[in-house]
Design a protein around this ligand. Structure first.
Ligand code: SF4
Length: 199
């Protein structure tokens, strides 16, 4: 994956350093959880990307709407994720946000998912999106771009739809509001009909 050098200024109590950082391209992320048991099945590595235009009322992390929230995602970040996924206790990778399916984020994440599929094919991939799969992520949809099909082809389970505060239900598994769907994306794409992973 082609990278470019930029300079990232980091500060601690005693000094400020200017470090060369290889950018994959312009994406930021807020956090990485290396042992996440809440966002998908098993113990997972979860990447919280930055940037979201959905602006759901009642969103529990509106700070992540900002595309520059957190830290720049670099080739080193990607390698850190791949290394964390190699742990035999880890079931797979989950993409969260912010919004993984903003086109600028898709263009970075597709490279990560390509590597996961090539280097760690036994791991599962889950992704969350506030967009609706069969409306927004299909040809003509508002967040469909040149890499969307490839990115979707690497994902096993897609939790889709915006968070709707009026439909919030804390008893739901892996989602916050009743309108959201936990899709078996492989079967959905194979059959051309919506197949749920969990009802
Ligand atoms: S899609 Fe997620 S991050 Fe974006 S506004 Fe809705 S709840 Fe918040």
């Amino acid at each position: 994956m082609g990278g470019m050098f930029v300079f990232w200024i980091t500060q601690n109590r005693d000094c400020a350093m200017i470090l060369p950082v290889r950018m994959v391209t312009a994406m930021y992320y807020g956090a990485i959880k290396k042992y996440d048991i809440a966002d998908g099945e098993g113990v997972r590595v979860t990447l919280f990307v930055s940037g979201c235009t959905n602006r759901c009322k009642g969103c529990f992390q509106p700070q992540t709407w900002d595309f520059k929230y957190g830290m720049p995602y670099t080739e080193e970040t990607e390698q850190e994720l791949i290394d964390a996924l190699r742990d035999s206790n880890i079931s797979g990778l989950t993409l969260l946000g912010g919004e993984p399916f903003e086109p600028e984020n898709q263009r970075v994440l597709v490279g990560l998912l390509r590597r996961v599929r090539q280097e760690l094919p036994e791991k599962t991939v889950w992704s969350y999106t506030g967009f609706v799969y069969d409306r927004d992520l299909v040809p003509g949809g508002k967040r469909y771009c040149e890499v969307t099909d490839e990115m979707l082809s690497y994902i096993d389970v897609l939790v889709d739809g915006p968070f709707i505060e009026e439909q919030k239900d804390i008893r739901l598994i892996f989602r916050g509001s009743a309108n959201q769907r936990v899709l078996n994306l492989k079967e959905t794409r194979r059959t051309g009909t919506i197949v749920r992973y969990i009802e």
